[in-house]
Design a protein around this ligand. Structure first.
Ligand SMILES: Nc1ncnc2c1ncn2[C@@H]1O[C@H](COP(=O)(O)OP(=O)(O)OP(=O)(O)O)[C@@H](O)[C@H]1O
Length: 316
């Protein structure tokens, strides 16, 4: 587990990070998002101590990161950045082997790992192992950047706008690959982006920063449905973020009922029913109202045309 406790960073007398606290559980995919210059990169670089915090502490599995040997700290946290950062004079194999070499892995173990990693992204060793970065496409280079960060199985990976420079299709493919690998290996990820679509797709939890502070931490859906303030809702609407019909449930659309009602003869839908399914089953336009029941069968809310309009207009 990662824990930031009241972390601050000053440059001179300028407070860049103001009292930031958050935790990241093992295997969680946390996306940090916010406008340019809000302190995202500074925040994550304090984890692997490319930047030292001025105040507060950052704990990894309960140990202050300032008390962890720097090489051990850096090799236990993979790091992927937008500029890829592959060494141009090294082959793909050599690039991926950088950290195993630092960790003094023997040749056979390293070669096996390189092959295994290349297989994971469908870039077989025989075809790509001896190529140089300039012989690869941007997407392939970024894949190697990700593999290099994964080489020694670090429990944590920092990804700082890793796909920012890629075309949208390659970006989508790499996002899916990373999410799949992260789930399979149960890696803890701190991922930075400007792109709310990317955050919605990847995150278990989104941390929204502005002016060196955290304004909101929430699941993608929670942040979308209940942005903490105007800045976050503007950020979403400017990027035209929306939820898919299979992500919106009756509970999201309903107006809660404070007192029990009799719903006899009326259409009643379960709270977790998706809008997509409701649209398939009922002609929503011809129903004045739908009642919503919870797991115990209690009527807990009502969906009317007005409550739906309220829901959807809140998002634009
Ligand atoms: N070495 C430094 N000295 C002084 N100020 C700095 C230094 N590094 C960063 N800053 C300032 O700290 C603030 C936060 O920078 P940071 O790079 O963390 O933001 P960011 O949210 O990652 O931005 P972007 O999305 O544009 O990459 C910015 O105002 C930046 O100008």
């Amino acid at each position: 587990m990662i824990e930031y406790r009241n972390v601050k960073k000053y440059y001179g007398d300028k407070e860049i990070i103001r009292d930031v606290s958050f935790t990241v559980s093992k295997g969680e995919f946390v996306v940090i998002i916010g406008p340019s210059g809000c302190g995202k990169t500074t925040t994550v670089k304090m984890l692997n101590r490319l930047i030292d915090a001025s105040e507060g502490e950052i704990l990894i599995d309960g140990v202050n990161n300032k008390d962890i040997d720097l090489i051990k700290l850096r090799t236990s946290i993979g790091y992927v950045i937008q500029q890829i950062g592959l060494f141009p004079n090294m082959t793909v194999e050599e690039n991926i082997s950088v950290v195993p070499k630092i960790m003094k892995w023997d040749k056979e173990k390293t070669l096996n790992r390189v092959k295994e990693l290349l297989d994971m992204v469908n870039m077989p060793y025989n075809e790509y192992g001896k190529k140089y970065p300039k012989q690869l496409s941007g997407g392939q280079q970024q894949r190697i950047g990700v593999l290099r960060a994964l080489a020694v199985n670090p429990p944590i990976i920092i990804m700082d706008e890793p796909f920012g420079a890629l075309d949208p299709i390659t970006r989508e493919i790499l996002q899916s690959e990373v999410k799949k690998i992260q789930k399979e290996l149960n890696i803890t990820v701190l991922f930075i982006t400007h792109d709310m679509h990317e955050a919605m797709k990847l995150a278990d939890r989104i941390i929204f920063m502005s002016g060196g502070e955290i304004l909101q931490q929430a699941s993608p859906k929670e942040m979308f449905l209940h942005p903490a303030n105007e800045e976050i809702s503007r950020f979403m609407s400017l990027q035209e973020v929306s939820l898919k019909e299979n992500e919106i449930t009756a509970a999201d659309l309903m107006q809660s009922l404070s007192s029990p009602v009799c719903a006899e003869g009326a259409v009643v839908v379960p709270a977790e029913e998706t809008l997509e399914n409701m649209g398939r089953q009922y002609d929503l336009s011809s129903q004045n109202k739908l009642y919503v029941k919870d797991e115990e069968g209690q009527i807990v809310g009502i969906i009317t045309v007005e409550s739906m309009i309220r829901h959807f207009t809140k998002q634009v």
